[in-house]
Design a binder for this molecule. Structure first.
Ligand SMILES: NC(=O)c1ccc[n+]([C@@H]2O[C@H](COP(=O)([O-])OP(=O)(O)OC[C@H]3O[C@@H](n4cnc5c(N)ncnc54)[C@H](O)[C@@H]3O)[C@@H](O)[C@H]2O)c1
Length: 591
């Protein structure tokens, strides 16, 4: 294909427009910048000169490249100059009437073949296009901030946009070194559409005091490998902006999960907009600062000391049990590995030995440390050996009847005063607790897979858990170098309650043919810095496991938006469970 759009006009040279102008000029194209007035034009040019000077200082650009690039950019305040462009990219403030007025003007000024693109985040591209007489040549081109480093570009087609215009704009994006994905005209498009629903749930979770802001943020960073926690991210984006985007999403979807959490409105009304105003969910050193100031944690001081834990027992012989045994043994705690038979327990210890061996091979563990850890682990086929341990973690099958039976047995066997923990990810901890005569000693310790590598543990106290039992587990987590977060005993705890509705939204997006598997995965990785896209993650976790968690969440909260997407149910029914069966959302066998 011929290089599309040799001359590009950029209207509005603020945060986004200035970045887009520089990116386009770097590709060797002529850029006509248009600002609102002469003073704004002077300021815009100064902004472009300063940002490119910074790029030279950081060696992202040579001085010669900068000179060449600046020579390609002209900035003025007369919209008529846009008539010379093959493509106009609009980056004025997010205001529908302003944008519609501008597009009506551009439609008059520009020759009929000129393509007009809007940089809107949450407004309807269709309504902007309707202000012109060429809706087939109007589309959305959504860059991400900062433009120079964010590779994602969403190319948004309305029902009237010609495929050819969309393909030319995608080609331009590739030419700028970006990765374009195709999206339809829906508030939030792909990346923000999935991101903001999740941010909204995190805000609601904070508002309901289910967990602290620090714990919610740490849980999502450490449990999912996200670059930032959701509340810190809301502060960065701006609480007001987030609320506007959610309003627009709700307006279109009428999905209650998109209705902005009331706390967002309260913060906006109070002028607490996030980093830019020095306070939002967190308080910062100064407006514009990224450093939060610590606020005193009154509750932590009032808590009693924990019980002493000198030895532990782990029930189970699967992946989680073996991983948890490794965590304790590496931290120097004697561990009884109790399985249903001596043979199973021995086999689990052999698995553990293999895992430690891999760490030695990778240079992460010394041979002495490996030997010391192994020597601390005693496999046993009888739960009665657990009589004298100070704490037991159960990691047997995710089946309430099985777990309750085990807790009843532990209640008979283990000495009084010992802590009994379950690592369930989806069952109520209280149902394990009531299978014993000592529910005050029962607590959830939700480790993540692989337990030796994942730093997070969700510490789940029931309404009956004693405070010193919670304290015991928090202290133990610190001792074994895990990061505990505290939450109550409800479905999904923190991480799964925020993660799985997002994964379900992604499946729904696919089901509605809004975007493809690859485009959705790309959008989340490049637009939000996620380590994996939602479909990659679903295939790794297992579609059956994901479906179970979604059903538990729906059952708990009865929120219509949380009902599992039919496509997920169909794939599970068809035996497409993800990587483990060779096929899920992607066909892994053929790769
Ligand atoms: N900031 C972000 O993170 C981000 C990310 C993606 C998309 N967007 C979208 O990009 C668009 C621009 O946002 P921004 O953050 O760059 O805003 P901004 O306020 O930084 O910049 C807007 C610029 O437009 C100029 N302007 C206003 N009216 C004009 C007119 N009639 N003609 C010409 N110029 C005019 C202003 O002087 C200003 O320089 C918005 O639609 C926004 O939703 C923003």
């Amino acid at each position: 294909m011929e290089r599309p759009f040799p001359t590009v006009a950029v209207v509005g040279l603020g945060t986004m427009g200035a970045g887009v102008a520089v990116a386009v000029a770097r590709s060797g194209r002529r850029v006509i910048g248009v600002e609102a007035g002469p003073t704004q034009a002077v300021r815009a040019l100064a902004r472009i000169e300063a940002s490119t000077a910074r790029a030279v200082a950081r060696e992202r650009l040579t001085a010669e490249e900068r000179t060449a690039l600046l020579a390609l950019i002209e900035v003025g305040d007369d919209l008529a100059a846009a008539a010379q462009a093959d493509l106009v990219i609009e980056e004025v403030p997010e205001d529908l009437e302003l944008k519609r007025g501008l597009f009506a003007d551009l439609d008059r000024i520009c020759p009929p073949e000129t393509v007009l693109a809007t940089g809107t985040t949450a407004l309807s591209v269709t309504r902007i296009a309707a202000a012109t007489a060429r809706p087939e040549r109007v589309l959305g081109v959504h860059f991400f901030n900062p433009v120079h480093s964010m590779k994602l570009v969403e190319v948004v087609r309305t029902v009237l946009t010609s495929p050819q215009a969309a393909e030319q704009v995608a080609e331009l994006a590739r030419d700028l070194g970006k990765e374009p994905v195709a999206a339809g005209d829906r508030a939030g498009f792909i990346a923000n559409g999935l991101l903001f629903a999740y941010l909204n749930q995190a805000a609601a979770m904070f508002e309901s005091r289910y967990a602290t802001r620090e714990d919610i943020d740490a849980a999502m960073r450490l449990g999912c490998g996200l670059p930032m926690g959701p509340l810190a991210l809301l502060d960065l984006i701006g609480v007001d902006t987030a609320r506007t985007v959610l309003e627009a999403m709700y307006e279109q979807s009428k999905d209650r999960l998109h209705a902005p959490a009331p706390i967002l409105g309260q913060l906006v009304a109070a002028g607490l907009l996030g980093r830019k105003s020095g306070r939002g969910f967190y308080t910062y050193e100064a407006p514009g600062s990224s450093t939060p100031v610590a606020e005193e944690a009154a509750a932590a001081e009032a808590r009693p000391a924990g019980r002493e834990v000198r030895s532990v027992g782990v029930c189970g012989s699967g992946t989680m049990a073996t991983g948890i045994v490794e965590v304790f043994a590496k931290a120097g705690l004697p561990v009884l590995l109790a399985a249903r038979s001596q043979e199973k327990a021995e086999r689990a210890k052999a698995q553990l030995a293999k895992s430690l061996e891999r760490s030695v091979a990778k240079g992460r563990l010394t041979e002495q440390a490996r030997d010391a850890a192994l020597a601390l682990v005693t496999p046993t086929g009888g739960y009665q050996d657990l009589a004298d341990v100070d704490l037991v973690v159960e990691a047997v099958a995710e089946d309430l009847a099985v777990k309750r039976e085990l807790f009843t047995a532990l209640d008979r066997i283990v000495k009084p005063g010992a802590v009994l923990a379950t690592t369930t990810s989806s069952l109520p901890v209280i149902s394990c607790a009531t299978a014993t005569s000592r529910p005050q000693d029962v607590i959830g310790m939700h480790f993540f897979n692989p337990a030796p590598a994942m730093k997070l543990v969700e510490v789940v106290s029931t309404v009956l858990t004693a405070e010193d039992v919670t304290a015991t587990v928090l202290e133990l987590c610190a001792k074994v170098r895990k990061h505990p977060v505290e939450c109550g005993d409800r479905a999904g705890f923190i991480v799964n309650a925020l993660l799985f509705p997002y994964l379900n939204d992604a499946v729904r997006m696919l089901e509605e043919h809004y975007a493809t598997v690859d485009d959705i995965d790309t959008a989340m990785k490049l637009g939000c810095g996620y380590p994996m896209g939602p479909f990659e993650l679903l295939d790794v976790v297992g579609l059956d496991v994901s479906l179970t968690i979604e059903k538990v969440l729906h059952q708990e909260f009865r929120e219509p938006g949380l009902a599992a997407a039919p496509l997920l149910e169909h794939l599970v029914a068809a035996g497409c469970l993800g990587r483990k069966t060779g096929r899920g959302f992607r066909d892994h066998a053929r790769r």
